[in-house]
Design a protein around this ligand. Structure first.
Ligand SMILES: [Zn+2]
Length: 69
């Protein structure tokens, strides 16, 4: 993974929004479909046996993956 600058710069390429869930800063997906698609891509990229689990955020109206770093 590339090292990302924490400082927000509007000229940088789009980065997904993130949300703190417990100790984890997780990527936000607006829909369950979007999360599940990302899970499939991640499974392919990381050669996982099964996609990560997508679930609704307990704190807000969006979705996360069970493990997305
Ligand atoms: Zn969230």
């Amino acid at each position: 993974m590339a090292n990302r600058n924490k400082h927000l710069n509007p000229n940088q390429v789009y980065e997904p929004k993130r949300c703190w869930v417990g100790d984890t800063n997780k990527i936000i997906y607006n829909t369950l479909e979007e999360a599940e698609l990302a899970a499939k891509v991640a499974a392919y990229d990381h050669h996982l046996d099964a996609p990560l689990k997508a679930y609704k955020c307990p704190y807000a109206d969006h979705y996360h993956l069970a493990s997305d770093g």
